[in-house]
Design a protein around this ligand. Structure first.
Ligand SMILES: [Zn+2]
Ligand SMILES: [Zn+2]
Length: 302
């Protein structure tokens, strides 16, 4: 990775040492900087993440400005057919296909994103970005559409990159919709498997929710149920923690042999789930060495 080290933001700090961050991206970037300093083994990945997050934030605002309302109307279409959204969103085409303004905005920004990845990602991902950069731009709208509609977890690094690029668009499309309560194991908006779980304080215990890594929908989910296969038998759902990340639980399932990391905000209120999940690489290595596979890999395919 050709990483010169991410430029540190000058954050204005509040009394509890959290930054006065105006956006969720700035909060995540701040957290990534903190964790990179604390965990050198994750510095490379978090450095790359910071570049991506800055790009995503800029793209989000540009999409929002350049086509005010287009993404919202696309999102509204998700409901109009009267089909349960979990099914409908998985099968429908990428809304941007019908939205020339958004499509053009994405096409304009894609080369810039690929250059950023090529310059800052680990070598294999940088090579994929390079190959995409020199590919025919006429093929890109189809590529976007394929990645949008392919909701199963993928091992294809090209798909990871395209999803990271489309993430701000997915979030923009999603924010106009209130998320209905769902007991689904899949994201109620885009039908993907959750990237991680979050534990928040509720009464004397914690309640668990699941977070989609693509459109960032968060939905409540029962604590003692495998989000991979629905297993409810406590004995088949071992939970592990490690000293280095005492607030992150590795929640495994011995039935479907998957795991998901659960960020316990009752133990660490400073955590930014997406970022802390990315930083805790040793937990992935640990789980994968024991034969568990991750329910949904993150941006780096881990
Ligand atoms: Zn989603
Ligand atoms: Zn399971």
């Amino acid at each position: 990775m050709k990483l010169g080290g991410p430029r540190l933001h000058k954050f204005e700090l509040k009394a509890d040492n959290r930054p006065v961050a105006n956006t969720s991206w700035q909060q995540r970037i701040w957290r990534a900087e903190q964790l990179a300093a604390k965990h050198p083994f994750a510095g490379e990945i978090l450095g790359f993440y910071i570049h991506v997050a800055r790009f995503q934030e800029t793209l989000y605002h540009q999409l929002d400005r350049s086509n005010h309302g287009a993404a919202k109307s696309s999102a509204a279409e998700f409901r109009s057919a009267g089909v349960p959204r979990a099914v409908e969103s998985a099968s429908r085409r990428l809304p941007l296909q019908q939205e020339d303004v958004i499509t053009n905005a994405l096409l304009v920004h894609f080369p810039k994103f690929l250059s950023l990845v090529e310059a800052n990602a680990p070598a294999p991902l940088a090579q994929v970005a390079h190959d995409l950069c020199v590919s025919n731009p006429n093929s890109w709208p189809n590529l976007f559409s394929e990645c949008w509609t392919h909701t199963d977890p993928s091992t294809d690094p090209e798909e990871f990159l395209v999803l990271a690029f489309l993430q701000p668009y997915a979030e923009l499309a999603r924010v106009s919709l209130p998320v209905e309560n769902s007991a689904s194991r899949l994201c109620p908006f885009c039908s993907r498997k959750p990237a991680l779980a979050i534990l928040r304080q509720q009464g004397d215990g914690g309640r668990r929710s699941l977070l989609c890594g693509f459109c960032l929908t968060e939905w409540e989910f029962r604590r003692i149920v495998c989000p991979g296969c629905g297993q409810e038998d406590h004995a088949k759902l071992p939970v592990y923690t490690a000293e280095s990340f005492p607030y992150i639980r590795v929640e495994c399932c011995d039935t479907c042999q998957t795991y998901i990391k659960s960020i316990d905000l009752t133990k660490n209120g400073l955590a930014e789930p997406m970022v802390d999940e990315l930083a805790s690489i040793p937990l992935d290595l640990w789980a994968q060495e024991r034969g568990y596979s991750k329910l949904r890999p993150n941006l780096l395919g881990m």
